[in-house]
Ligand binder design. Sequence first.
Ligand SMILES: [Zn+2]
Length: 236
Amino acid sequence: MLINNYFMPNILADLFDLFFPQECLNCRNLLEKKDTYLCFSCLSELPQTHFSFHQGNELEMSFKGRIPIKAATSLLFFEKKGMVQKLMHELKYHNKPKIGTFLGNWLGKEMVASKRFEMIDFVVPVPLHPEKERKRGYNQVHFFAKSLAQGLEAELKEDLLKKIRNSQTQTLKSRQNRFLSKEKEFILNEACEIENKHILLVDDTITSGATMQACAHLLRSVSGVRLSLASMAFSA
Ligand SMILES: [Zn+2]
């Protein structure tokens, strides 16, 4: 029997699958393809937004008058207690950062096909506070941003923004106040040269948009910067 370096890892992977078969994160049926995280039937029920293909979509409209953006998209609609919430929870709290790769590859293909996200220079994930990242072991947006960068042939840039304060509980009601308190949480690394660049700012779920707005505000303080936004999920 031919045993070489290429063959062995496959045997190990097959053995691993035999003893630890992966289940669909939603219905617990066994998965045929383990890198999808959901079975075919659950996948087909995910609430897709198709925002990538629609100029003037709900997400873009929600930023109107707040920050000038070229285009914005989310892959999925976030619904409380729904499948997307389960996915986000597994991604963040159950050590499954590669769910981000799966969603990023998917959204990346959509964005390329839409031709609305061309000539992006940098993909910038919203950073976590270093202490939080150390505790979790990873930034849940990292693999998502990385696979988007690959799909869009752009550079992943993770040293551009830094989170210097942990989020405060959102007791302030107005959108403007929420933005002002968020803005103090991030700083821009001024050593990075981003003049006249087109930046895709990326997060897991966009809810009020205050985090995106605060980061966007910093990035747009640099001359000629153009911005587009992308996220895994959008909570209307
Ligand atoms: Zn399923």
